[in-house]
Design a protein around this ligand. Structure first.
Ligand SMILES: Cc1ncc(COP(=O)(O)O)c(C=O)c1O
Length: 465
């Protein structure tokens, strides 16, 4: 890559070739090309720099993934070492490599009880796709091939493969591709802030948690428990708007899954690896899944790698089937990705990143956001678990209702954030934060100050300040 001093002059070149040849994810290509793309050239800690020298504080840890922050030399060196020693080999031919074997063993020590076996893939979507295949295989092995319906939730995001997108409950993800596939059904999300707008009235969060969990039971009974294979869910719904379940929700959901013999698939792609203040959301919410998927924070995003762990019930059946498991990717358990992930887990542990997320920096972010925004005229709710935080922008503070053109105000606010040098995501009109787990108090102050300025400016545009 060109030296930093040259990047300014190269910006128009990169923009032009990118516009000519690169199709971006989740992007209106023509609109982006008219606007011109931002070229990110450098990173360090919680900061990014673009090719014009603009410094951004990354309140999103990339896409919710850079747990250890950018520029960690230990991860880079672990990857380089593996690249020099064994840049590639696979696990198909009765072979393994030290890094992947060590990573699987390390995961077994931190995963929920009974999760002793893992498969590897390269993305969250692949992991979820694989999980659904394993669930189908499990029921086939059990002699119950009619159990094939996969339940998941409205506002869920599980990725973009045909199956993962079918599992997702964000409806704009479906029409372009004629999805969902047959065999997928949705139940409501435990989105308490949206309960009033959804017609549930002034219900308290605990009662709402139970009511929504029982919608799962209603769906199972309607479809027939003998046809329902699984329920897939994120412990906290991330890309759907940071939906934190009321305390009553997960105990009741687990009770229902057990009662009707429905496998519980937990998607920990965002919530894993310290993000909620424990290794996994499963521990934060006391969830005992049958199968779990993870990606993102597994390598802090430094390498594409994901994993699927099998609980006791599934592993016993699947691993004792006495036949070949007809599944696997060329890059399952890639040595370089495994080496980086292994070092990443070591760094998370050594620096106590989950512990500080739970006990110091997470509560600090929570307190500062509440102090700054709870009384703000544009803010309906501030919520935070670990280092996941959401600020709901609403037209009427008292009413828990949403803006008519969902997303317009959030996008406006997000653009002000960028102008201020803060990466903060807008999901509909909910402003979302998920900073690297190494974020300091001073950096939290910078994020809060920049977010405050952006939200003030948005409120001013609406005549609310
Ligand atoms: C909960 C969850 N599951 C799955 C995915 C898909 O992961 P990937 O983009 O690596 O395919 C994501 C991505 O944001 C996610 O948030």
């Amino acid at each position: 890559m060109a030296h930093e001093s040259n990047t300014h002059n190269l910006t128009s070149h990169w923009r032009a070739i990118d516009a000519a040849h690169h199709v971006h994810p989740f992007t209106d290509t023509a609109a982006l090309n008219k606007e011109g793309v931002r070229v990110i050239v450098k990173s360090d800690g919680v900061y990014l720099w673009d090719s014009e020298g603009t410094k951004l504080i990354d309140g999103m840890a990339g896409l919710w993934c850079v747990q250890v922050g950018y520029g960690n030399a230990e991860l880079a060196e672990a990857g380089y070492e593996a690249l020099k020693t064994l840049p590639y080999y696979n696990h198909f031919f009765k072979t393994t490599n030290p890094w992947t074997a060590e990573l699987a063993a390390k995961l077994a020590t931190i995963l929920p009880d009974g999760h002793e076996h893992v498969l590897f893939a390269n993305s969250g979507s692949e992991a979820n796709d694989t999980a659904l295949k394993l669930i189908r295989y499990y029921w086939n092995l059990k002699g119950r091939p009619d159990k094939k319906i996969h339940l998941s939730r409205e506002y869920a995001y599980h990725g973009v493969t045909m199956a993962a997108a079918s599992l997702s409950g964000l409806t704009p993800m479906h029409p372009q591709w004629d999805l969902p596939l047959p065999g997928f059904a949705k139940v409501p999300a435990p989105y308490w802030f949206g309960a009033k707008a959804a017609g549930y009235g002034d219900i308290d969060p605990e009662e709402f948690g139970l009511l929504i969990a029982r919608k799962l039971e209603e769906a199972i009974l309607e479809i027939g428990a003998d046809r329902v294979a699984s329920f897939s869910a994120e412990p906290i719904q991330g890309a759907g708007g940071l939906i934190f379940p009321p305390a009553t929700y997960w105990p009741e959901v687990q009770h229902i899954c057990r009662k009707y013999d429905v496998l519980l698939h937990l998607d920990e792609v965002i919530t894993g690896f310290g993000r909620t203040g424990e290794w996994f959301g499963a521990q934060t919410y006391a969830i005992a899944p049958d199968i779990m998927t993870m990606a993102k924070g597994l390598s802090s995003g430094y390498q594409p790698i994901s994993a699927i762990s099998l609980g006791e019930r599934m592993s016993k059946t699947i691993l004792n089937a006495n036949e070949e498991l007809v599944h696997g990717y060329t890059y399952s358990g890639h040595p370089v990705a495994s080496a980086v992930a292994l070092k990443n887990l070591e760094v998370i542990e050594k620096k106590g990143l989950a512990h500080r997320t739970r006990h110091t920096i997470g509560p600090y972010l929570d307190r500062r956001l509440r102090e700054t925004f709870e009384a703000h005229p544009l803010v309906g709710e501030v919520r935070c678990v670990g280092l996941l935080a959401a600020i709901e922008l609403v037209p009427d503070k008292a009413e828990r209702r949403f803006f008519a053109n969902s997303g317009d105000i959030g996008t406006r606010c997000r653009n002000y954030c960028f102008t201020n040098g803060l990466v903060m995501r807008a999901i509909r009109d909910t402003m979302v934060l998920s900073p690297p787990l190494i974020v300091t108090e001073a950096e939290v102050e910078e994020i809060v100050a920049k977010a405050k300025d952006a939200i003030d400016r948005t409120a001013h545009d609406l005549g609310k300040m």
